[in-house]
Design a protein around this ligand. Sequence first.
Ligand code: ZN
Length: 445
Amino acid sequence: MTRLHADHALLPGGFAADVLLDWDEHGQLRSVATGQPCPEGVERAAGLLVPGLPNLHSHAFQRAFAGLTEYRGSAQDSFWTWRDLMYRFAGAVTPDELEAIATHLYVEMLCAGYTSVCEFHYVHHDPAGLPHAQLAEMSLRLVAAARRAGIGLTLLPVLYQSSGFGARPARDDQRRFLNGVDDLLRIVETLRRASVRAGVAPHSLRAVPPQALNRLLAGLAALDPTAPIHIHIAEQMQEVRDCLAWSGQRPLQWLLEHAPVDGRWCLVHATHLDDAERAGAAARGAVIGLCPSTEANLGDGLFDLQAWRGAWGIGSDSHASVDAPEELRLLEYGQRLARQQRNLCTAEEMWRAAVLGGAQAAGRPVAGLAAGQQADFLVLADPMLQGLAPEQQLASVVFASHRRHAVREVWVGGRRLVQNGRHAEAEAAQRGFLAARARLLEATR
Ligand code: ZN
């Protein structure tokens, strides 16, 4: 089947009626026509059609301990005490376990409205810190997981070299993350040979010294001048203070001055920016990666969306929550709480922005329901949505918590992966996830 008709669909320009989608054998949309009656023999969508959201920031293995760090471990729990717990899991996870956790996570993502994921992947080596016989072993496990679940993938192997600004030596519990620039680029090459959309992720300015950053960017440009580049930029005030002490500049200020930041770049957790950094990043065309549930969970701070004039998208990052509409709701609620106003962004505005920004960050043609883009979309249908206009239905899914039942179907590249809210791999993937988590909990006790 390569055609589908919908009474109502969310297109890049807004909601439209009587929409006929037509895609080719590769799952790419050939045409999106509006005002068309449903031709004979073409299936009619069971509800409102909206583009699937790209998830622009994921650390898959962290799903294994979601919900397990919600107790007070010290008098002043923070991002940094959470990170110590996260490192225990990162230190123990095996290739089989990573694949099992990621497979289940990607099935969860599809059921929750995400049709693509950008994986910011830093656990490269074996638990002793030695490279696997296949240097890209852990990356290839994520590829296998994405293919089994059917989600679109952009894989961003992470360059990690130091434990702090000024090339401070890495800590022992960071040994699985470390690579030279040439080895990191070798992983990118392996992925490209396996037909994976690959970019790179210099982890952060604290983890990548300037010289390594320059060599990484030059090497990537030689391999693929269009490849996406993601970086954690200003998640924590401690990071901003440390960067100021090291360079006299704030992290994004430093990056804009020393790196060729442009539309390939995704600035993840650009939480703590000043006006000049915001203006600079927007002028360069970079996309901002917002992870509202994780940023709230970790007590990072609040991005000022109203002051941002560029592209943005959402990520589920640590996977404390895996729920695309919930990320949008939390994003808007943060702005409402900070500004003591309502409806700073509507559900429709957020959905369209997150699709566009997410596609830019992914470096893949997943920018919504338009010719040339992938046929990646959701069918929203639920008795609770009956009798509502299309924009009210979408607002209900985002703000009235109707997501769980409303995401009736999920299509990726023109293939229906979720039907009646169910993914064919869901049960097997859950068994694999639970076995992996049990072993990891034992190993990190
Ligand atoms: Zn992250």
